[in-house]
Ligand binder design. Structure first.
Ligand SMILES: Cc1cc2nc3c(=O)[nH]c(=O)nc-3n(C[C@H](O)[C@H](O)[C@H](O)COP(=O)(O)O)c2cc1C
Length: 339
């Protein structure tokens, strides 16, 4: 199964859900996979020190139903990243992605993320070490540059370096990161997008699988970018906030397969998963809200969606909250929809 998933991963990468800290955890990915059988899913970033030196092995846990799923690593030490990549491949991840895009302070201080746009030779060493150490595909998620770098110059140089190290697939967040003065959130909106530059990279690197990321909020826009010659589109916030809108039709629009289940079916399909999670709770594990926080957007744009969200956010975190809360949230929504 893993072998088949691996050989198809470039095809799956035509549409992917971006790695997002605190958002794309295993519950979120399980939900997204019910909506789309095809889209490539990413974990949240896990740092290589946390995996190799810390006690973060539990963060690698995932359900085989999530496949194809890629592990995103943060780090800048080639030997440590290689070890973390081995741990990821052993856990079953079919892709190991290196984060060269995240601008947060904590990450800068450890020399991870976007600041590595200034150190392409080191990034190439990291990629080569990860490729050499394990069999899963190694990819990079980067920006077009940082601070006063000229993206026209640094992006092609950066891509040439990683291609030289053996990387065959990259996701480019089509805006700079400004490392001084902007919060991580502002860094996802304020630096201007330059899709054109990313498109030109496809001309310069025809054999590199290039996914574009940043500000893509509909499947139609994703399709337009694919039609312009890009190999993949990576969607972050829109897929999280409007999972039905982006993912339910994704298999049909992007791959010509069937449309996914409607959101009510999805809620029902989550029941067994939620029940299993509640059993975990007796071992000191899960709460209902861990799962339902990712389900808030399922009915976005539909009558009663506000009541659905409100009921869940007010009740799912309470002690003992279980499946009945989800049923009550559906009832609250249906009451409004029927009025
Ligand atoms: C809450 C949140 C957390 C994020 N965490 C990560 C992360 O761990 N690794 C990463 O490479 N990018 C991270 N990002 C950036 C996204 O992957 C993506 O590049 C960005 O949101 C732009 O895409 P979008 O406009 O489609 O959302 C995060 C974004 C958000 C909103």
């Amino acid at each position: 199964m893993e072998k088949a998933v691996k050989s198809q991963i470039g095809v799956s990468a035509r549409l992917s859900v971006a790695p997002m800290m605190d958002w794309t955890d295993r519950h979120c990915r399980y939900l997204h996979r019910l909506l789309s059988k095809r889209a490539l899913l990413y974990t949240e970033m896990v740092t290589s020190p946390a995996l190799v030196r810390g006690q973060a092995r539990h963060l690698l846990r995932f359900d085989p139903a999530e496949q194809p799923v890629a592990l995103q690593l943060g780090g800048s030490d080639p030997a440590e990243l290689a070890k973390a990549a081995v741990m990821g491949a052993d856990a079953g991840y079919v892709e190991i992605n290196l984060n060269v895009g995240c601008p947060s302070d904590r990450v800068q201080s450890g020399c991870f993320g976007a600041v590595l746009m200034e150190r392409p030779a080191l990034v190439a060493q990291c990629c080569a070490a990860m490729i050499q150490a394990q069999p899963s595909e190694v990819t990079v998620k980067c920006r077009i540059g940082v601070d006063d770098q000229d993206p026209e110059v640094v992006l092609p140089e950066f891509l040439a370096r990683i291609v030289g190290a053996g990387v065959t697939r990259v996701a480019i967040h089509a805006r700079k990161a400004w490392l001084k003065g902007l919060s991580p959130k502002e860094n996802r909106d304020i630096p201007p997008l330059d899709y054109d530059l990313v498109l030109r990279m496809k001309g310069l690197f025809p054999n590199l699988h290039i996914s574009i990321n940043g500000g893509i909020a509909s499947l139609e826009h994703a399709k337009e970018l694919l039609d312009l010659g890009l190999d993949g589109v990576m969607i972050g916030r829109a897929a999280y906030h409007n999972p039905t809108d982006i993912l339910q039709r994704a298999d049909a629009v992007i791959w010509g397969d069937d449309v996914g289940p409607d959101p009510l079916d999805i809620v029902m399909q989550m029941r067994n998963y939620i029940d299993a999670h509640m059993v975990d709770q007796t071992r000191g594990g899960g709460k209902l809200a861990h799962v339902t926080k990712h389900m808030m957007g399922l009915f976005a744009g539909q009558p009663g969606s506000r009541q659905w969200r409100r009921y869940l956010s007010e009740n799912a975190h309470r002690d003992g909250a279980g499946w009945a809360v989800v049923e009550d949230a559906l009832a609250a929504m249906e009451q409004v929809a029927a009025a």
